[in-house]
Ligand binder design. Structure first.
Ligand code: 15L
Length: 272
């Protein structure tokens, strides 16, 4: 059985993923914080990836890394820089030095959040980040490309939408990613023999998707969930109005954060 390091394992996405993958891999779960939920047989290693020695310690002896760790919403530059630029570099470089070839990098819909909602985009579009957070995700994609081309590493970038048991609002109907579809895509990222450098969208098979996710489908992804089943309930709850730009662009509130006096609140800061 393969040993998989999951960084940021205490966060919501990390917890869903660990639950879904329990028993399928030896999971090494790493985070700065304690794990709220523990699953049988998963080993915890506390680490601060802004310290290179910690990144070296946790990447030793694993078959693949799922690098969820970092700052997961828009935030102050200093925090984004330390967790998502320095931390991301440390994880790639530590994996390389420890001979770990495969890295799954969960990038974000916010790497392309300044595309309009009436546009359908695929994995080949150039990035249009909507925030400092989005820029840090573009950095991770670029770093992955460099490590694949220069060092022969195998890098699978998933532009993740919103992982939740159910979609939580209108925007998330387009980008919802159910936990079991997340686990399926991550498994492809771990197991597919031909990955060198790929970008895919981490979303379920949503009718309202604004992504052409043909690259994920090509690699064998068959999403089992579709947000449309939840649409009536979600739309009934939706309040009319809101900022026009937040409504126009895919990134929603991230697009207008700090540019209008009272933007819709961003999700609470949490680690992936
Ligand atoms: C993300 O990339 C964030 O990590 C997550 O907290 C959500 O805000 C998500 O995007 C989203 O767009 O819903």
């Amino acid at each position: 059985m393969k040993t998989i390091l999951i960084t940021g394992a205490a966060g919501d996405v990390g917890t869903h993923l660990r639950r879904e993958l329990a028993g399928k891999y030896h999971i090494r779960a790493s985070d700065l914080r304690d794990l709220k939920e523990k699953f049988k047989g998963q080993k915890f290693m506390r680490a601060d990836i802004s310290k290179f020695a910690d990144a070296l310690r946790i990447t030793k002896g694993v078959n693949a890394v799922v690098h969820l760790g970092g700052y997961s919403v828009e935030g102050p530059w200093r925090a984004i820089f330390s967790a998502n630029i320095i931390g991301c570099y440390h994880v790639f470089e530590a994996a390389r030095r420890n001979g770990v070839k495969r890295i799954l990098f969960p990038t974000s819909n916010h790497a392309t959040g300044f595309y309009r909602r009436d546009q359908t985009i695929d994995h080949r579009v150039y990035p249009k980040p909507d925030s400092r957070y989005g820029v840090s995700k573009v950095f991770g994609e670029a770093l992955g490309s460099l490590y694949a081309d220069k060092y022969g590493m195998e890098v699978f970038c998933m532009r993740i939408g919103n992982v939740n048991p159910v979609p939580i609002d209108k925007r998330r109907l387009a980008i919802w990613f159910s936990p079991r579809d997340l686990a399926q895509l991550v498994t492809i990222g771990i197991e597919h023999p031909e990955i060198r450098f790929e970008i895919v969208y981490g979303v379920s098979g949503n009718t309202r998707s604004w992504y052409d996710n043909s690259n994920a489908i090509r690699l064998g992804y068959k999403p089992r969930d579709n947000s449309e089943a939840h649409a009536p309930e979600v739309l009934a709850r939706e309040k009319p109005g809101g900022d026009a730009n937040a409504e126009r662009y895919q990134g929603g509130a991230f697009v207008v954060a700090e540019t209008i006096p009272n933007p819709a609140p961003l999700p609470k800061k949490k680690r992936k």
